[in-house]
Design a binder for this molecule. Structure first.
Ligand code: R5P
Length: 299
């Protein structure tokens, strides 16, 4: 108990100053509880309202993807430049140092492989694991129009309900089947369903035509998925267009870790996302950093 000696009468009440009432910076998130907001603020930078998430969870259904063969060697050097890591509990526990001061988004759906129907997923991680691992969000794949559409939607709503008990947000990841058209109409449908059913943020692909209608009609933040590896300028242009058209950042994997210089690429993506850098200038940054890295490797 505090020492009672020397206690002075409290008088700094600032009776003329109304208590500060902060709004919350993230779209559609103002009514969430404190823990949810705190976790979201560790994924999204409160100053820019955006995030650069590094997605390295591909192994949960496709094994050692190109660029992710040795996460300790290839990915850990990128961690300082990411706002958040999206990954599985297996990689988190076995390779990522607990002292790494980064938020993590835990992949919690799974149960399928590239050898079978991918939409046949279940919840593959208990909520207690997300709590134990101090996750800032849980990621669930949602296959709108897929064979196991209903099951994947219910996986997501279960995690929303469980996460709401403990203040852990759910990220809905929209997965597009091979036969489906990737257009704004599809992504408006998929993202809106996820948000209506409680997802706290949604990951979806960029489309050239009408992406701004996808972000406008989704009441919670959208993060752009990277997709297959593109030349660096195209990937930076896609990220630029996505954030300029309303995305709250990116959740990119292959376009970063399969780049010739992943550490340079993630810094160029950061410039686009957090500093509104143009794709051309971000590419200059990428080339400069890449050349510097090469020069220092020669020394
Ligand atoms: C996909 O199923 C996983 O969620 C990946 O983390 C992500 O969508 C892939 O990232 P990228 O397409 O940028 O490699």
């Amino acid at each position: 108990m505090a020492d009672m000696d020397g206690v002075r009468e409290a008088k700094k009440f600032y009776v003329d100053v109304p208590q500060r009432m902060d709004g919350f910076f993230l779209k559609g998130s103002g009514s969430l509880d404190w823990g949810m907001k705190n976790r979201l603020s560790r994924i999204f930078n409160p100053e820019t309202g955006r995030t650069v998430m590094l997605a390295i969870d591909h192994g949960y259904f496709q094994g050692p993807t190109t660029g992710l063969e040795r996460i300790d060697i290839n990915i850990l050097p990128l961690v300082p430049y990411a706002d958040s890591l999206m990954l599985t509990r297996g990689i988190l526990r076995s390779i990522v140092p607990p002292s790494a001061p980064k938020s993590t988004v835990l992949r919690v759906s799974g149960g399928t492989s590239i050898l079978k129907e991918l939409s046949n997923e279940d919840i593959a991680v208990d909520i207690e694991e997300s709590i134990r691992l101090n996750s800032c969000a849980m990621a669930v794949q949602v296959f709108i129009g897929g064979e196991f559409e209903r099951q994947s939607i219910i996986n997501m709503t279960r995690m929303v309900d469980l996460g709401s008990r403990y203040g852990i947000p759910t990220l809905a990841v929209t997965a597009v089947g091979k036969d489906m058209v990737r257009d704004a109409q599809y992504f408006r449908l998929a993202t809106r369903i996820c948000a209506e059913l409680g997802a706290h943020f949604v990951k979806t692909y960029f489309v050239e035509e009408g992406f701004e209608t996808v972000t406008a009609s989704c009441p919670v933040p959208i993060v752009m998925a990277g997709g297959k590896k593109l030349p660096e300028l195209e990937a930076l242009t896609m990220a630029y267009n996505a954030v300029q058209q309303g995305a709250a950042g990116v959740d990119m994997g292959r376009n970063i870790f399969q780049s010739d210089s992943p550490t340079s690429m993630i810094q160029a993506v950061r410039a686009v996302v957090h500093a509104n850098e143009t794709p051309a200038k971000a590419l200059d940054l990428y080339n400069t950093l890449k050349n510097e890295a090469k020069a220092s490797a020669r020394r």
